[in-house]
Design a binder for this molecule. Structure first.
Ligand code: MD3
Ligand code: FE
Length: 205
């Protein structure tokens, strides 16, 4: 009986506190150029509890009219997304096991009450490439299930500095964030959690 999907790799404490601090400064400069905004659900327009922005040639967005998709500009500034800084590309290069680069880095910001329901990441044109995730700030309770809704799920905590690499079968598994544990990390002045997900969107040729 296998609960954790094949291909999921959790690397606790990949970054030490000093390296985490440096990345938070880098993320701050990205957010100055591409401010966090609150996406809404397709169809019903219900706002996400998570605020988001992106860097890369493509960024993930959601709105009522256009639905979930990738686009090359920020939805409120209409400017191209900032490029992915080398310090972030290095994380992909050290953990993804690929020799190509990600196109999108989605930056999710969770305040202490934010959550993300169980979903699959299926808006990319390729599922061959892995997804790499980095957690910063407060600890969360993360849940991963199977490739079909309603399958068995397993929960575990993701701490600041942890990496998760999703490749192979795990790439299309349902997953979500059930809760943030307030005040579990001193990294972010006002608390909360940042998650970066690096993604390949278009096919690798
Ligand atoms: C497991 N973000 O942005 S990242 C998302 O912590 C998203 O913000 C969560 O799910 C967060 O879409 C989880 C880790 C992650 C990313 C993709 C996965 C886990 C995954 C794809 C398949 C299975
Ligand atoms: Fe996801």
């Amino acid at each position: 009986m296998q609960v954790l999907p094949k291909g999921l790799r959790h690397i606790p404490n990949f970054l030490d506190f000093t390296a985490q601090k440096a990345l938070v400064d880098i993320i701050r400069t990205i957010v100055e150029e591409a401010p966090l905004y609150r996406p809404v659900m397709p169809n019903n327009g219900k706002p996400f509890s998570v605020r988001m922005t992106n860097c890369g040639t493509l960024g993930w967005v959601s709105d009522k009219e256009g639905g979930y998709r990738y686009q090359d500009t920020h939805p409120t500034t209409n400017l191209p997304w900032p490029t992915i800084p080398q310090e972030l590309l290095s994380i992909w290069n050290e953990t993804s096991g690929t020799d190509y680069q990600p196109e999108a880095c989605l930056i999710n910001f969770y305040d202490q009450t934010a959550r993300m329901g169980l979903h699959q990441d299926k808006d990319e044109s390729t599922f061959e490439a892995p997804v790499v995730s980095l957690s910063l700030g407060d600890t969360c309770l993360f849940r991963v299930g199977q490739t079909t809704r309603g399958g068995q799920t397993k929960s575990f905590k993701l701490n600041s500095g942890d990496i998760v690499v999703l490749s192979g079968e795990s790439r299309l598994c349902y997953h979500g964030v059930d809760k943030i544990y307030p005040d579990t990390s001193p990294l972010l002045k006002n608390g909360g959690r940042i998650n970066l997900t690096f993604r390949r969107v278009s096919e690798v040729t």
